[in-house]
Design a protein around this ligand. Sequence first.
Ligand code: AMP
Ligand code: FES
Ligand code: ZN
Length: 303
Amino acid sequence: MKCRRCKGPAVIELRRHNAGFCGDCFVHHCREQVRRAIDEHRMMAAGERVLVAVSGGKDSLALWDILIELGYSVDGLYLGLGIGEYSASSGDHTRAFAARRGAHLIEIDLPTDLGFDIPNGSRAAKRVPCSACGLSKRHLFNQAAVDGGYDVVATGHNLDDEAAVLFGNVLRWNIEYLGRQLPVLAAGLGFVRKVKPLVRLGEREMAAYCILRGIDYIVEECPMAEGNRHLAYKEALNDIEERSPGAKAAFYFEFLEKASHLFQATADATRAELRPCSSCGSATPGDTCAFCKLRARAGAASS
Ligand code: AMP
Ligand code: FES
Ligand code: ZN
């Protein structure tokens, strides 16, 4: 197979695009897909300060690399979640990348800076680890961006992630989440803008990008995510994609184009009911936000 762009020998085939690429042209293809996602969804403008949330995995390290190469002013944010060896290693990979690229990395360590870790905090709050982890990440990404004066937070969610979340939300007709499942969430109510510039690229493409760019990422998945429903949705979609290349991208992008606006009103109505958390000031439907409740319960259990 020949490279679509330079006609040299291809090293990777993308069935969804019915194309092959050599190493250099594949790297170019990935950057172009990110550039297109940013332009089409108006994710960020030149000169804005971007904070990319980096886990040490392939997606977020590749995203950081691509945004640097595209010329954005971008710093990294790493959260130490206190998940044993997994967190130690993901932190090492993130720091090594930042040092190699001479990029600025902000670090927040949950056990030392906030007094709890995800395994104990989730137990104390009687939440499954991924839920405690997800809400902590959302809160802390935003807080760090506000504190640091950033215009936008970027995460490494890729097409496989977004299609799997969409699949789960459709299976349960989770109307409110469907209205918020966008590649860009506008700023407002104390939230900075949130963007997902990798929505046009899949998991396999991100792994190949890292290998071609010599980016050393943590391969292990989080040990607490085992048995997670999300993984089952990914497998189901991969089976469908295998039989029908392009199905995953069509599912996600046709949703954005043809259906997502139908759920907007419900999502907006929920947002309109938010008020400031009595403890930290972030917007919440109740009196105290979920993060402050988690932190209080986790703190009480460890003291
Ligand atoms: P996950 O929640 O593991 O699916 O990760 C989704 C995105 O959240 C990643 O692509 C990163 O951008 C970000 N992220 C996940 N874990 C961390 C972490 N420990 N520190 C900073 N960002 C993270
Ligand atoms: Fe959050 Fe595993 S990374 S529970
Ligand atoms: Zn709060």
